[in-house]
Design a protein around this ligand. Structure first.
Ligand SMILES: NC(=O)c1ccc[n+]([C@@H]2O[C@H](COP(=O)([O-])OP(=O)(O)OC[C@H]3O[C@@H](n4cnc5c(N)ncnc54)[C@H](O)[C@@H]3O)[C@@H](O)[C@H]2O)c1
Length: 310
């Protein structure tokens, strides 16, 4: 995770510095879910890749499969040849966690109450907690999921992995006790009342990524310094931002800037300890390309993988 946080941080900086090629992803809705085709090229990192990823909400219950499944094709930027096909499901979760790790590193208060609140206890939620754990001193996590067994599984797995106290919340409000909050659910409607967020909180909103769905209500957006992974993605894909914008409850200027602008120092991040900061993540192909390159280089180094002739 810490290597991935570094790779993803560099990718966001490349996006701002103009050395990244990032077309908006193409989406195809099938009857049961959403399929996304996500290419990117990072010139400095020498990472060229395309991910095919699907988000099928009924997969866990109907087929015992994860909600998010994907494969990444990594190319050689010199020849264009596809040199590796790798799993993109776990990679997506790690790189999504890593983006929140970078955002938390730059936007959250340095000193926090050491409590992380997590909405959702699925695949992404676990990686959110792991990434936060890498960038801030954490003493406890509080998790809330509508499904009891999913929350229990989260607590069992992550408390062992991070050697951390994790408790189950009985209501969304309890989660807001954390100074750092992650929303990582499949919900299409707001998870909590934005009036209840405590001053100084940092939020990573990663779950919803279609224009008509949102995890965060208008009050949360209005009260926060809003930083996105990409302006284009936020205004094309993120219901969290698009819904209040379309309802004329916020103007475009309420959107403060992109994570890369904060990383490169082009824009200041948090200016006082009581500010509420929000990172809205939609998931960018640059994160996948950077992470796929990292995985490939590590696999070569460790002699892992299978050579195949296609
Ligand atoms: N921003 C990104 O880059 C990115 C990347 C991958 C996935 N995602 C999104 O993240 C979300 C979670 O993905 P996942 O793979 O972890 O799915 P998952 O199905 O494994 O977990 C989602 C969990 O959210 C819970 N949930 C739903 N509504 C809730 C509510 N109101 N309160 C509390 N919990 C609730 C569900 O019970 C489920 O356990 C999805 O919407 C997915 O599209 C975003």
């Amino acid at each position: 995770m810490s290597d991935c946080i570094n790779a993803v941080e560099k990718a966001f900086a490349e996006l701002t510095n103009g050395t990244a090629v990032l077309p908006l992803r193409i989406g195809i809705k099938s009857d049961m879910g959403l399929n996304l085709y996500m290419p990117a090229y990072l010139k400095e990192s020498q990472a060229l890749a395309c991910k095919v990823v699907s988000v099928y909400k009924d997969n866990p219950i109907k087929f015992g499969l994860p909600t998010t499944i994907g494969k990444v094709l990594l190319q050689d930027p010199e020849t264009g040849e596809v040199k590796c096909i790798m799993d993109g499901g776990y990679l997506t979760a790690v790189r999504t966690g890593a983006a929140s790790g970078v955002a938390t590193k730059y936007l959250a208060n340095k000193e926090t109450n050491g409590i992380v609140g997590i909405f959702g206890a699925g695949v992404q939620a676990k990686m959110q907690l792991w990434a936060i754990y890498e960038v801030r001193k954490i003493k406890k996590a509080i998790v809330f999921d509508l499904l009891e067994d999913v929350a229990n599984n989260f607590i069992n797995e992550m408390s062992k992995k991070l050697n951390l106290e994790i408790t189950k919340a009985n209501s969304p409000e309890e989660v807001l006790e954390g100074d750092i909050i992650c929303t990582a659910t499949s919900s299409s409607t707001p998870l909590f009342d934005g009036n209840k967020i405590r001053p100084g909180t940092h939020i990573n909103g990663i779950g919803s990524h279609t224009p008509n769905t949102r995890e965060l209500d208008t009050i949360t957006i209005k009260r926060s310094l809003v930083v996105g992974d990409s302006t284009e993605a936020c205004f094309n894909e993120a219901g969290d931002i698009i819904i209040p914008f379309k309802n004329k409850e916020i103007t475009q200027s309420h959107f403060y800037g992109e994570l890369g602008e904060i990383i490169t120092g082009k824009k200041q991040g948090r200016t006082d300890a009581s500010q509420i900061t929000l990172f809205k993540s939609n998931g960018l192909a640059i994160q996948d390309a950077a992470t796929a390159k990292l995985v490939y280089d590590k696999a070569l180094e460790m002699g892992i993988g299978t050579n195949v002739n296609i």
